[in-house]
Structure formats: structure tokens, C-alpha cells
Ligand binder design. Structure first.
Ligand code: GLU
Length: 294
């Protein structure tokens, strides 16, 4: 085997031994594109895969979007008027409706697999404020100790611009750093990282392993837009990769078309793009979060 191939194989094999895994799924991966309604088949496979990770003895957390999308659907917001109410308040109201519904659906499916799940909703303050961060960290630790799967989202019902993470790609990496995870998996509507936008450039090449997040690579992501449903394009995924890598966490971006890739990733198979975590990098999580949108 060629040297670089051997090296890549080694990085992939290392995923077999990961102990604490954060999985992120985006809104567009949870909905039927034709109707915007929840795709129960996908949700079921997702939950089954997560429960099976638990059965393998791993600690598992899920970061899930979908609150706003599900809430909008519930009150038919697409064709609803909102006289007097500001769009922000309306969006937050939808998040309040949708988060509860989303969680109800998750709870039902987790229960079918005999698994206990918990809900954690966060804002930037959860990380920036020392006491909040300490408490959140302790809560996660206790949940893992109890064998429970924390289901995390941004607290969209109260988070306005000043205190919002804004996208769940970054949030999932922040959660991974907070809980001391060793693997983050982003399930998305893309296969992973390409040298250019594959929809526009047929010569774009797929990158299977990234060892160094160069400035050039970070720049590449900025021009990407992503889907219309979630808030993350390639840029937010690369920011997540930066947070993860700096916190010594490996990260994989994989396509949510087939959610069963989750156990294959843990088997060390070549799926999606793997960003290799870096040891010995100084990274101040609260400071990073505080300056995120400045
Ligand atoms: N937190 C938002 C929601 O649950 C979505 C954010 C995102 O998709 O990145 O609806």
C-alpha cells in the first residue's frame, strides 16, 4: 500500500476505538423534500443507529435541528399572516411548538429501542458564562454516566442574534468540545468535501481525509451556500471542523441519504470526509464562542 494510503487507513481504523460520539443531523435531512413533513423512516434509522452505538458501549449525543421547520408546519406558517407579531417572535414561537413536537417523536422512537433520551437546549451563554458552562458540562457527564442519550438543539425560543450560535454545525462541534467527545459526525445533504463545487465543476475532486485545515481550504467553504432548509452550508461545516480539530476531536462529514453509514464509519470504512483532530493546540472554547459573530 502506498504511504499516504496507509496513513489514511490508520486514521480510519482509529475511528473504531472512539468512545464518546456526537452526531449532528440537519433539518433538510429530516424532512421529505416534497412536503417538508418529517421523514419517519429516516428518523427511525437514525435513532436505531444511535441506540446501537450505545449498545456497543459508546457514549452518544445527538444534535438535531428541525424545531423551526416542524413548528412552521404545525401552524401552517407558510400561508399564515402575522399582523402585529414580529417575524422573530413568530420564528421563536414556531421553534417552541416544533421543539416539543420533534422531541415527542424522538422520545417515542428511542423508547421503542429501550433507550432513555434527554433534552438539552443551549444558547451562547451556556458556553460563555463560566457557571452555566460548568453546570452544562456536569449535566452532560451525569447523563452519560446514566447511559442516557442527550438530544441537543439551540434554544431557538429565546436566542436572538446576540446570544445565538446561528447554526447547528458549529453548535455540534461546540457540544463535542464541551463534553470531551473524541468523534463528531455531521450528517448532511452532501457527500463531504470537494476541491470545488461538484454541481458546477465536473472536475471537482472528492477529498477523503483532511489533516490540515489550511486557510485556502477555509476560504473554499465561504463561497458555498448549502440547502434552503437548514442554516449550514460548507462554510459552517468547515468552522465546525476547525473547532473539532482544535479540540483534538476527529470529525466526519457524511451524506444522510443513507443514515446506516453511521455504523460503517465506526467500523473504519472510507465514508465521507474525515478531518483529523489535532493534539496540542491551544483552544479557548468560551473565548471562541464569545467572538463567533464579531
Ligand atoms: N436550531 C434550528 C432548528 O432546530 C436549526 C439550525 C440549523 O439548521 O443549523 O430549527
Amino acid at each position: 500500500m502506498e504511504k499516504s494510503q496507509e496513513r489514511k487507513r490508520k486514521f480510519r481504523e482509529a475511528l473504531r476505538d472512539k468512545k464518546r460520539i456526537v452526531v449532528k443531523i440537519g433539518s433538510s435531512s429530516l424532512q421529505h423534500p416534497e412536503t417538508g413533513d418529517l421523514d419517519y423512516t429516516k428518523l427511525d434509522v437514525l435513532v436505531r443507529e444511535l441506540c446501537d452505538m450505545r449498545n456497543r458501549g459508546k457514549d452518544v449525543a445527538l444534535v438535531t435541528s428541525g424545531a423551526i421547520a416542524v413548528g412552521k408546519k404545525a401552524v401552517h406558517m407558510a400561508d399564515m399572516e402575522h399582523p402585529g407579531g414580529s417575524p422573530i417572535a413568530l420564528k421563536q414561537a414556531c421553534a417552541a411548538i416544533g421543539q416539543a413536537r420533534l422531541m415527542m417523536t424522538y422520545q417515542k422512537i428511542f423508547a421503542e429501542y429501550n433507550q432513555v433520551a434527554a433534552q438539552i437546549l443551549m444558547t451562547k451563554n451556556t458556553i460563555v458564562d463560566n457557571l452555566n458552562r460548568y453546570n452544562a458540562h456536569n449535566t452532560f457527564s451525569e447523563l452519560f454516566r446514566l447511559g442516557v442519550i442527550p438530544v441537543v438543539n439551540e434554544n431557538d425560543t429565546v436566542a436572538t442574534y446576540e446570544i445565538e450560535f446561528g447554526d447547528n454545525d458549529s453548535l455540534s462541534a461546540i457540544v463535542a468540545a464541551l463534553v470531551g467527545a473524541d468523534l463528531l459526525i455531521l450528517l448532511s445533504d452532501i457527500d463531504g468535501l470537494y476541491t470545488d463545487d461538484p454541481r458546477k465543476n465536473k472536475d471537482a475532486e472528492f477529498i477523503d481525509v483532511v489533516e490540515e485545515l489550511s486557510d485556502e481550504l477555509m476560504e473554499m467553504g465561504k463561497s458555498s451556500t448549502g440547502s434552503g432548509v437548514g442554516t449550514g452550508g460548507m462554510n459552517t461545516k468547515l468552522v465546525a471542523a476547525k473547532i473539532a480539530a482544535s479540540s483534538n476531536i476527529d470529525m466526519v462529514i457524511a451524506n444522510s441519504r443513507d443514515i446506516k453509514v453511521l455504523h460503517r464509519i465506526l467500523d473504519g470504512q472510507d465514508i465521507g470526509t474525515l478531518f483529523v483532530g489535532k493534539r496540542e493546540v491551544y483552544f479557548d472554547l468560551p473565548e471562541f464562542v464569545e467572538n463567533m459573530h464579531k
